[in-house]
Design a protein around this ligand. Sequence first.
Ligand code: MN
Length: 426
Amino acid sequence: MSISAAEFGTRRKKILDNLGDNLFLLFSNFEHQKNSDVHFDFRQDSSFYYLTGFTEPDSLLILDPIGVDNFILIVRPKDRTKEIWEGFRYGPQGVVESFQADTAWTINEVDKVLKPLLQSRNVQFVSKEGHPLNDKVKALVGTHAKAVVPNTAYTELHRLRQVKSEAELNLMRHAAKISSEAHNKIMLEAPELNSESKLEATFKFSCSMADARDQAYPPIVASGKNATCLHYNVNNQKTGEQDLVLVDAGCSWQNYASDITRCFPAKGKFTEEQRKIYQAVLTTQKKCVEAVKPGISMKEIHQLACESITKELMDIGLIKGDFDKAIEAKAYFEFFPHNIGHHIGLDVHDCDGLSMEERGRSDKYKLQPGMVVTIEPGIYIQPDNKDVDAKWRGIGIRIEDDVLVTEYGYENLTIAALKELSDIER
Ligand SMILES: [Mn+2]
């Protein structure tokens, strides 16, 4: 199970066909220092990976629609000493043989390769501060190219990445399955574990034992009132007897992400208040998942979530007054301050051409078959919310699944992760 060389080729062809006579340049990621000569785990740039399948740092992709060579890679040179210390490198010859590059050169030869290609050409590229070739490429483009023109290829690339192929979906299904099982395992073992750290370790252990070592993002393991902080991830507190634990975690498989949130009682039994809020979120989440189909926008699903949460919180008594007036005044926003979800793929927050603020609130894009989105409503009652009775304060609940848009509706990729109250307590 992987993306075939032919599929990587098809992706490049779609970009090449859209370039006219422009030259397209795309940097890979580069390594980031953690301390002294130690680096953070390296992860390839998603768009660079999408077009090449190549996972080494410090590289440069050149797509030239009118040249003899359409697909050119600039990569680190073979280096026996470096390879003894840091591991294997493909080198130029290796990337021609293994990644179907028409030609490849080392990063030391970038002048020689780029200069003739740039002469009186329009170029599409975005600079990447910190990449070892960034300054040099910027200078060469500035001196030799005709102009830097709008990066239409990058826009097209994002559009392509939104709609997943069957091969991509199989990788995402696999990531989703491993993460779903890891969530079930952590729920099962939770009563024996008394800290966020141990719960996080259980999740990661389960993924790694399924050979999915890479987490798509730092896991959020938030007990008690920590769950009311949306991106809590210090994960270093002891869990209390009465605490709910919110776990937002997902592994990646061959760079494709999964993203799941589940909440469960640390010791296996919901309190009355936790149960009511949980049921409100679950009802809303199921309604929103069922709304996923081609032609609907994330904004419409977000609106559905806002209305459902408002209704549920009115039934519980946490929002008072007239329904329409409450919606108009955005009374839900105090309890549900984020978007209903986002695209997911190579990036956990996958490209959709929108800013973080716009995600889930834009009518710009209708869902299409092959897109995968998260559906993740939540209700968070801040510990300092003096408008509600003290017994409600500090409850934070979110439920999140990864949902594929199909021709007629949806497929929930993470359905195996338990979310019914009775299943969780059992
Ligand atoms: Mn998410």
